[in-house]
Design a protein around this ligand. Structure first.
Ligand code: KG4
Ligand code: ZN
Length: 355
């Protein structure tokens, strides 16, 4: 079964062709990072407009790269929830129109489900697939959840963030430190001493600054406290009052301090995930595999901290169309029926399993 997957939930316009949920025939991702780096974050209206310009060329290229014509495509899959309203609209409208035009079954996929299924895509480094029951740590710019799965296409949310997502926390801490958007990769590099514009310093010391870990009961997370902890630690290090504006702190930090803060923050974030995962595994000792998913799962320090876990190939950690096609494939073999292209709706905010 050959599925065309389309993803436009945030600031990546992506399409891919995947065979039987695992074999990548093509994967095209047009990122809007360059646009939003200038603003320090995503502007929803600009993202939607960029998706509109890119979506058809991206889909055409995905088909061409896979050497597929429309006759070869068995189904179309698209992200319909959650995400930015205008962004979701462009992808779903394109998918609905193409499904009607080419008479293809249409599958609407939840974005977090797609991130999880990135772990089933065949990668150069790992050929094994996760086995059930499993725990999925979904860590992205918009979400932080622990999911429990006993079989394909069945998700139980056992932990969630009460405030910010972990990726959002990376992005906000990066801003305090004067690092560019998106903050996750910038912090990972700064921790290794790789500063913007090719400047190099000694790798950061992850034990330099002690950042208190938020105390949240059970399997839930809180990341807004960690962001504030970094803010206070920077103010303290610079001997500035807590009233000192956060956007000015970067002008007082040395590159060595930035590297140390990046490394210390990254280590704390990984420790928070490790603590919660340990708790989740204690509650579910029957679990066979642990999978990480979402943009933050590209983080190298994180990967090194969990050698037993499954990670997507780094290029499939962030948003892409291949994971959407993979998720749809496992929906189909689980008995999910196609959706009506004339009626498909988008849901900017909805939990996995609810749509
Ligand atoms: O999954 P994703 O591409 O989009 C959402 O669904 O939200 O995740 C984007 C998030 C951003 O917050 C970005 O800073 C973070 O993933 N990210 C990383 C790394 N690469 C991307 N965070 C930490 N380390 C990385 N290497
Ligand atoms: Zn995502």
């Amino acid at each position: 079964m050959i599925i065309l997957g389309i993803e436009t939930s945030c600031d990546e316009t992506a399409a891919a062709v995947v065979r039987d949920g695992r074999e990548i025939l093509s994967n095209v991702v047009v990122s809007q990072i360059d646009i939003f780096a200038e603003y320090g974050g995503v502007i929803p209206e600009v993202a939607a407009r960029s998706h509109l310009e890119a979506i058809l060329p991206v889909i055409d290229k995905a088909l061409a790269d896979a050497s597929c014509s429309w006759d070869d495509i068995d189904a179309i899959a698209v992200t319909h929830a959650p995400g930015l309203l205008g962004s979701l609209l462009i992808g779903t409208l394109a998918a609905r129109t193409l499904a009607i035009l080419h008479e293809k079954p249409l599958y609407a996929v939840h974005h977090l489900k797609s991130h999880v299924y990135a772990n089933w895509l065949k990668s150069d480094v790992q050929d094994a697939v996760p086995t059930f029951p499993l725990i999925a740590m979904v860590i992205s710019g918009g979400h932080t959840q622990i999911l429990y799965m006993t079989r394909h296409n069945e998700f139980q949310i056992i932990g969630t963030t009460r405030d910010d997502a972990i990726g959002e926390c990376f992005d906000k801490v990066a801003k305090i430190l004067g690092l560019p958007y998106p903050g996750g990769p910038a912090i990972a590099k700064a921790a290794m001493g790789e500063m913007p514009d090719g400047v190099r310093v000694t790798a950061g010391n992850p034990d330099k600054y002690h950042l208190p870990r938020p105390q949240v009961d059970g399997l839930d997370f809180s990341f807004s406290g960690l962001k504030t902890a970094v803010l206070r630690a920077v103010q303290k290090e610079l001997q500035l009052p807590i009233s000192h504006p956060s956007h000015d702190l970067k002008n007082h930090l040395s590159l060595e301090q930035v590297a140390d803060f990046a490394a210390s923050f990254q280590k704390t974030a990984v420790m928070i995930l490790a603590e919660k995962l340990k708790k989740a595994l204690q509650m579910h000792p029957e679990v066979q595999s642990v999978v990480f998913a979402g943009g933050v799962s590209a983080n190298q320090a994180l990967r090194e901290g969990f050698p037993e876990a499954y990670f997507p190939e780094p290029r499939f950690s962030g948003d892409n169309g291949a994971m959407v096609a993979a998720a749809a494939y496992y929906e189909i073999i689980s008995g999910v029926l196609p959706t009506d292209p004339y009626a498909l709706n988008i849901y900017p905010r909805i939990e996995i399993g609810a749509a």
